[in-house]
Design a protein around this ligand. Structure first.
Ligand SMILES: NS(=O)(=O)c1ccc2oc(NC(=O)c3ccccc3)nc2c1
Ligand SMILES: [Zn+2]
Length: 261
């Protein structure tokens, strides 16, 4: 039991359909984004991130990624506007990344992938009682995707990379209070948006994706700290470095990608 899926040869994305048939569904994520094909939709307003009273709780290694969880008992941290009809509450954020010098983003832009991708996961608490309920509804989740490219040091990412040694092993969790992810946003909030899914099992087709066009820069040294995390637990003798934890682009199946201005 535990995790019946991973990113290896024996349990990777091409095999997920065996336990999760929706992997071959009609609105799977990620996708390859073609900016020229994305329709510019003037009715698409700007997105608003109201993260001012942001309260992070902890940082954890769940065996697939490193996740920072938030207090979501009220509307203190929400995303709204853009394609969204309601405010969606921030639940957690996590990353996907590659191996040394390799690419690791999930969404790609005209076949170009970035070093990493940050996902800020939000749920529709107006229509649904719990995250779990929202996660199975077609309008239940909104995930903000931000590309990370290697370049200069990111001055605020240090807060996260300095904590990674404390969650090296699968199943480890540690306090991580009052981190506000607003500091991880690029200067422009221009975005692409489309209807998709969770990019890991259970692959629920419940996500309105909002992918920012402008990447943030992080240093190779900062990226290398993600790679010292392990997929495996402290008790396991086979130590497996956590890297290449990304799903490749999935068929668009007729979906339209819209572009903010
Ligand atoms: N790569 S992804 O598409 O953003 C993605 C993929 C799979 C996910 O499963 C969850 N579950 C919770 O956050 C959760 C948090 C608390 C309680 C229950 C669930 N978030 C996900 C985001
Ligand atoms: Zn993700």
């Amino acid at each position: 039991t535990g995790h019946d899926w991973g990113y290896g040869v024996e349990d990777g994305p091409s095999l997920w359909h065996q336990n999760y048939p929706i992997a071959k569904g009609s609105r799977q994520s990620p996708i390859d984004i073609l900016p020229q094909t994305a329709s510019h939709d003037p009715s698409l307003g700007p997105i608003a991130l109201k993260y001012d009273q942001c309260t992070s709780i902890n940082i954890a290694n769940n065996g697939h990624s490193v996740v920072v969880e938030f207090e979501d008992s009220d509307d203190r941290s929400v995303i709204q506007g853009g394609p969204l009809d309601n405010p969606y509450r921030l639940k957690q954020f996590h990353f996907h990344w590659g191996g040394k010098g390799c690419r690791g983003s999930e969404h790609t832009v005209e076949g170009h992938s970035y070093a990493s991708e940050l996902h800020l996961v939000h749920w529709n608490a107006v229509k649904y009682e719990t995250f779990g309920e929202a996660a199975t509804a077609p309008d239940g989740l909104a995930v903000l995707g931000i590309f990370l490219e290697t370049g200069d040091d990111h001055r605020w990412l240090h807060t996260i990379t300095d904590a990674l040694y404390m969650v090296k092993f699968k199943g480890s969790v540690t306090n991580f209070k009052s981190f506000n992810p607003k500091c991880l946003l690029p200067s422009s909030l221009h975005y692409w948006t489309y209807l998709g899914s969770l990019t890991t099992p259970p692959l629920h087709e419940s996500v309105t994706w909002i992918v920012l066009k402008e990447p943030i820069a992080v240093s190779e040294k900062q990226m290398s700290k993600f790679r010292m995390l392990l997929f495996t637990g402290e008790e396991e003798d086979q130590r497996m470095r956590m890297e290449n934890n990304f799903r490749p682009p999935q068929p668009l199946k007729g979906r339209k990608v819209r572009s903010s201005n």
